[in-house]
Ligand binder design. Structure first.
Ligand SMILES: NC(=O)c1ccc[n+]([C@@H]2O[C@H](COP(=O)([O-])OP(=O)(O)OC[C@H]3O[C@@H](n4cnc5c(N)ncnc54)[C@H](O)[C@@H]3O)[C@@H](O)[C@H]2O)c1
Length: 466
């Protein structure tokens, strides 16, 4: 896809400087370069830049490697470590730096402030527009705009939040639900909109605080849906219902929809957990207690404890020296990101209870190893499950869904599978001789009728995991 040549010189968007070559910045830079925009991609991380210069992506993201090679080969994407070089002649700067959580849950805006300071100090054009792509709390863009004005820098400052998901980032970039642009300078917002008009997505231009809240509201609402269905899953276990059937029934109502009603280990990753907490903190700052958000976070944490309790109960309460095989470390399939991943909490908790954990992941093993010094990490899932007392599925990678359980049956010590994502074929597992435990559904055992688990131990649920 490339943009038409029908734009006048004043309408041409580039050159564009993208600051931050992370999940959002790299994907945005590569996709916009592929669309025909002249892009400079700036990062402070020299290792990351060196990898990119060699044509390799520092992150695992489907379709990204080919697109990266293409735009580098065609000279459409220039990699920079010097902000002056990146900003020379740039008519737009897009900040895609991190906004990680502070200890109290507020968004840490230090990277955004630093990047903004650098780009405005190095802008060479009088009509440069600065765009915040990072997720920032309500009021941030307006406050930074005022800060720039006070210091005599009067560049139009817009916010254009990103809605892509890791694991499908390139596809999501090309098919966004909408493009949201917030700012007080209509002309500047329209220039930003032109960058994305080739995508054929609806464009919403609004004030910057509303744009910021659309982003937080979207992620938080999706997180609420996940926590809601996980609470329903727990109730299904207590009452003998099947959460899959319940979710299908609820989700069939078009006012609700089936998406994000998958019961399981809950949400993780670099966005949902931090954005829900940051929105709660933003509400608190304005004197509001946003109880729903707190409940979503609480339920999400509890879900991980409940899962460990399930494993412990399945092994008759004793995890000491049990070999637990964990399938999946990434916070979701399709990515190597392990930020706030359920795997890390679950494995640490299992190890605290005395288990020996061996884990595997198609791409996230190396990143996870740095956080899991006591965990054996292997590449091959069949090696991972060998000798296991229990096989635990944490990330629903397609390769794990497609595992051959008849081949696994003679490799394990005990025929026990606990599926944290409700993605395995229970019938196939039972046919291969396994006891199959999942989330919000009856336990299935070979030769026995399906049985609901009414007896999770409350003291384990209350123990929390660190
Ligand atoms: N990851 C996602 O799926 C996703 C989706 C939507 C929105 N977001 C938001 O987008 C923002 C970026 O997220 P991410 O996951 O891409 O972050 P990331 O941590 O993967 O990448 C940030 C990059 O910015 C670089 N950087 C920091 N300060 C810099 C500076 N002054 N100059 C140049 N480079 C600098 C870092 O070295 C790093 O490479 C966050 O606000 C996040 O909430 C993320």
């Amino acid at each position: 896809m490339s943009r038409g040549n029908g734009l006048s010189a004043a309408q041409q968007p580039g050159p564009l400087c993208v600051v931050g070559a992370g999940y959002v910045g790299l994907v945005t830079a590569v996709c916009l370069a592929d669309s025909g925009v002249e892009v400079r991609l700036l990062d402070v991380d020299q290792t990351r830049l060196a990898l990119l210069r060699s044509g390799r992506s520092p992150i695992h993201e489907p379709l990204l490697d080919d697109l990266l090679s293409k735009v580098l080969r065609r000279g459409r994407l220039v990699l920079c470590n010097d902000v002056a070089e990146a900003m020379r002649g740039a008519r737009m700067a897009m900040l895609a730096v991190g906004t990680p959580p502070l200890a109290d849950g507020r968004a840490d805006l230090s990277q955004v402030r630093a990047a903004l300071g650098e780009v405005v100090a190095n802008a060479t054009e009088s009509d440069t527009v600065v765009v915040i792509k990072s997720t920032v709390p309500p009021g941030t863009t307006a406050a930074l705009r005022a800060l720039c004005r006070r210091s005599g820098r009067t560049f139009p400052l817009c916010v254009c939040p990103e809605f892509l998901s890791e694991g499908s980032a390139v596809k999501d970039f090309h098919h966004p639900p909408q493009v949201v642009i917030g700012g007080d300078d209509r002309v500047a917002c329209e220039r930003v909109a032109r960058l994305f008009e080739y995508l054929d997505a609806p464009v919403r231009i609004t004030d910057s605080t509303s744009a910021e809240l659309i982003k937080y509201g979207t992620n938080s609402f999706l997180a609420l849906k996940i926590s809601f269905i996980n609470e329903m899953a727990h109730l299904c276990e207590l009452t003998g219902a099947d959460v899959q059937v319940v979710a299908d029934g609820i989700g069939t109502d078009s006012r609700i929809g089936r998406a994000f009603l998958g019961a399981g280990l809950g949400f993780g990753g670099s966005c949902f957990p931090k954005d829900v907490r940051a929105l709660d903190m933003a509400a608190s700052y304005h004197g509001q207690s946003f109880w729903l958000l707190r409940a979503a976070v609480e339920v999400n944490a509890q879900q991980r404890s409940r899962f460990v309790a399930k494993i412990q109960k399945a092994l008759r309460g004793n995890l000491a020296n049990k070999r637990i095989a964990v399938l999946g470390l990434a916070f979701k399939p399709g990515t190597d990101d392990i930020r706030a991943a359920a795997s890390i909490d679950v494995i640490r908790h299992l190890e605290d209870l005395g288990a020996r954990v061996v884990a595997t992941d198609p791409v996230a093993g190396a990143k996870a190893a740095a956080q899991l010094p006591f965990t054996e990490i292997v590449a091959d899932p069949y090696e991972c499950v060998s000798g296991a007392d229990a096989v635990v599925l944490v990330t629903e990678w397609p390769e794990y869904v497609a595992l051959d359980w008849r081949r696994i049956a003679p490799l394990v010590k005990r025929h026990l599978v606990i599926d944290g994502r409700n993605c395995l074929d229970g019938e196939a597992l039972v046919a291969a001789g396994f006891t199959y435990i999942s989330m919000g559904r009856a336990v299935r055992r070979p030769g026995r009728p399906a049985q609901t688990d009414h007896t999770l131990r409350p003291e384990l649920l209350a123990s929390g995991i660190g």
